[in-house]
Design a binder for this molecule. Sequence first.
Ligand SMILES: CC(C)(COP(=O)(O)OP(=O)(O)OC[C@H]1O[C@@H](n2cnc3c(N)ncnc32)[C@H](O)[C@@H]1OP(=O)(O)O)[C@@H](O)C(=O)NCCC(=O)NCCS
Length: 188
Amino acid sequence: MKKTRLADSAHLFAGSGVTTRLRDGRSVIIRTALPQDAGDVSAMHVRCSTETVRHRYHSVPSMTGRFLSCLLGTDIALVAEAPNHTIVAMANLGRDAGNDGELAVLVEDDWQRRGLGTIMLDHLVSMARLVGYGEVYTVCLTGDDWFRRALARIGAVQVEQAGGYDATRLPLRPTLARLPAELGTTAA
Ligand SMILES: CC(C)(COP(=O)(O)OP(=O)(O)OC[C@H]1O[C@@H](n2cnc3c(N)ncnc32)[C@H](O)[C@@H]1OP(=O)(O)O)[C@@H](O)C(=O)NCCC(=O)NCCS
């Protein structure tokens, strides 16, 4: 699968979208989420199967205003917008008290298995690196292997199992030394 470019991930901080072509030829715009996306994000959850929602939240939450504003207000929140302007995926990174952050991704059922989840995860991890996270992790229901496999393609992961959940951790190395080259700029 084509790798996301660090420069594109950095671009997302500026609020501009990155147009991304998926495996099936469809395109989406990946951009940071805005408070006014609440209605569209809620509608996406309504279109999703119960199974998809349960795997994301480990429950089926009500789309209350408070819930949606927490979702849209995580340290980094990305959405993927289809050509008809509906939101079809969301990715979140919530910062813990320390230097760690929890990753989560949800792709609407009709848009799954086209590479979109992987692309959004790659952007989140690159953005986490750029703003100095020391480690990112996910907590998934045991047997949900997607995150472990996707993160293991990025770096060396550690997996801990407890109480029906798997925590997958990915330590991040700072990118400063290789930033100019990867961002396509020259050192001053
Ligand atoms: C998991 C999820 C984000 C993947 O999104 P996606 O856009 O379908 O992912 P991609 O297309 O990039 O990758 C799909 C690949 O992962 C595999 N995959 C999908 N779900 C999987 C799972 N639960 N366990 C293991 N592999 C899985 C597919 O077989 C596919 O492999 P292929 O490319 O060889 O066909 C999406 O299925 C989803 O939103 N699920 C519900 C929420 C969830 O589980 N989130 C993760 C926990 S927060």
